[in-house]
Design a protein around this ligand. Structure first.
Ligand SMILES: Nc1nc2c([nH]c(=O)n2[C@H]2C[C@H](O)[C@@H](COP(=O)(O)OP(=O)(O)OP(=O)(O)O)O2)c(=O)[nH]1
Length: 139
């Protein structure tokens, strides 16, 4: 692991995930959609950093979080956690960082500019229509 250590949370509600649009003025990755999160601080483990970032950015405390994807591009070492249960109502507490929060389906996400292309496959896996549902729809 070489890059800056970052964690982010994929909040899942029904068939949607919570995305944030990074403000155009951001130093890194401006003007793309990503998941709430940020840098791991010295002395923190991933779970503690995730809980702090979600509290600071969207006002929720995760009740359970499970690592689902790692992205390492040499600059950033990012671990994404799926969060299916939390306390608090997600809201944008740092509008200078994310100028919009949006609950999106896997289909809606395809039209958005994402921080990483691998997010599309992840969201499809988490909330997209699976083979079983496709079959049921065809019956
Ligand atoms: N929050 C977040 N950051 C991501 C994602 N994907 C990705 O490559 N990053 C990168 C962008 C940044 O280079 C880095 C940390 O993001 P950040 O700017 O939100 O960090 P932060 O909240 O600690 O804020 P800062 O004060 O350090 O700017 O990780 C993602 O899905 N969510």
């Amino acid at each position: 692991m070489t890059g800056r250590s970052v964690v982010a949370g994929v909040l899942v509600r029904d068939d949607r995930v919570l995305l944030g649009h990074r403000s155009p003025s951001r130093r890194w990755y401006p003007d793309v959609w990503d998941f709430p999160g940020g840098h791991v601080e010295p002395g923190e483990d991933g779970a503690a950093a995730l809980a702090r970032e979600l509290r600071e950015e969207v006002g929720v405390t995760p009740r359970e979080a499970e690592p689902v994807l790692t992205v390492d591009d040499g600059d950033v070492h990012l671990v994404l956690y799926v969060v299916r249960a939390w306390d608090g109502d997600p809201r944008d507490l740092q509008p200078d960082e994310h100028d919009e929060l949006r609950w999106v389906t896997a289909a809606e996400l395809r039209g958005l500019r994402l921080a990483h292309p691998s997010y599309a496959g992840l969201v499809q896996r988490l909330v997209g229509p699976g083979p079983a549902r496709d079959r049921a729809a065809a019956d």
